[in-house]
Design a binder for this molecule. Structure first.
Ligand SMILES: [Zn+2]
Length: 284
């Protein structure tokens, strides 16, 4: 049984730690987070900023319809955060809650149509590091979700938020962040040796490799290897070690040299080349 004094100390710690966190986070929001229509939510322990819909007509939707899409986007983020929180290891999730915010806005059209010769981009989900405003070296991260209608209708994959949180873990918690040597080395080998008949998204770079392997290991990926059942043993070991808290990559030895027998491990998925459905929507 706690004494009264212990309760006071506990409450003080709780309030002060929240105040420190709020101080770090709030300056990164443009404008007043409490202004009308702007929501400042805590979902599954993550801070989520939700901006109002943009005040112009878009694709013929009325303001009311777009407001409805905004609420649906919040529900979708909530569902995806539940997936991530229930599947990723609990200690890293707790760490990510203190260093990552989610930011949702209704930027539905951007880019230069003449330059690309195509239509404007209409939505985007991506991770970016943000500088801490408290003069410390502590980096923070932000997952941005743009354009409520696009997010609601054009992103069927249920692991988008998990994928973005994996980028955050890679950047903020692994030694040297995105430059982590062991991830890069294992990526180079995997790109060369695994799924040679496929062009999965993770072959883009070491960052996408780490994020997609995390999705496959803890949930499922859109591309091969879809689940941990078809991952190489090395990559399973890598993901498992990377998601320790703190990450424990010291004993992980990346595969090097030529492609070994292990590169054959996934051939049982068949010869079919799964063409990813490429769209103008970018999720990174
Ligand atoms: Zn990505």
């Amino acid at each position: 049984m706690k004494t009264g004094r212990q309760w006071i100390v506990a409450c003080f710690l709780l309030v002060s730690s929240y105040a420190v966190f709020a101080e770090v986070i709030v300056p990164n929001v443009i404008g007043d987070p409490y202004e009308e229509n702007r929501e400042y939510l805590t979902i599954e322990g993550f801070k989520v900023y939700v901006l109002p819909v943009q005040q112009y007509s878009w694709r013929g939707y009325t303001l009311e319809e777009r407001e409805d899409e905004r609420l649906r986007a919040i529900r979708k983020v909530t569902a995806q955060l539940k997936v991530a929180v229930s599947l990723l290891p609990p200690d890293p999730i707790n760490e990510l809650r203190t260093r990552v915010i989610l930011y949702m806005d209704d930027t539905c059209e951007y880019g230069d149509a003449k330059e690309t010769g195509k239509t404007f981009k209409t939505g985007k989900v991506f991770y970016t590091p943000i500088a801490s405003k408290d003069d410390s070296d502590r980096k923070l991260g932000q997952v941005t979700i743009r354009c409520y209608s696009a997010f609601v209708h054009e992103y069927p994959y249920k692991g988008i938020v998990l994928h973005e949180l994996a980028h955050a873990w890679h950047d903020l918690f692994l030694p040297n962040g995105f430059e982590n040597y062991k991830i890069k080395t294992q990526y180079e080998w995997s790109k060369e040796c695994l799924h040679r008949q496929h062009k999965p998204y993770w072959k883009t770079n070491a960052g996408e490799f780490c994020a997609e392997m995390s999705c496959a290991y803890f949930f499922r990926s859109k591309d091969v290897p879809h689940t941990d059942m078809s991952m190489s043993e090395k990559n399973k070991a890598l993901v498992s070690a990377a998601w320790q808290d703190p990450p424990n990559l010291d004993e992980f030895e990346p595969a090097t040299g030529g492609c070994s027998d292990e590169s054959q491990v996934t051939l049982n998925e068949g010869e079919e080349v799964i063409e990813r459905k490429r769209s103008h929507i970018a999720a990174h």
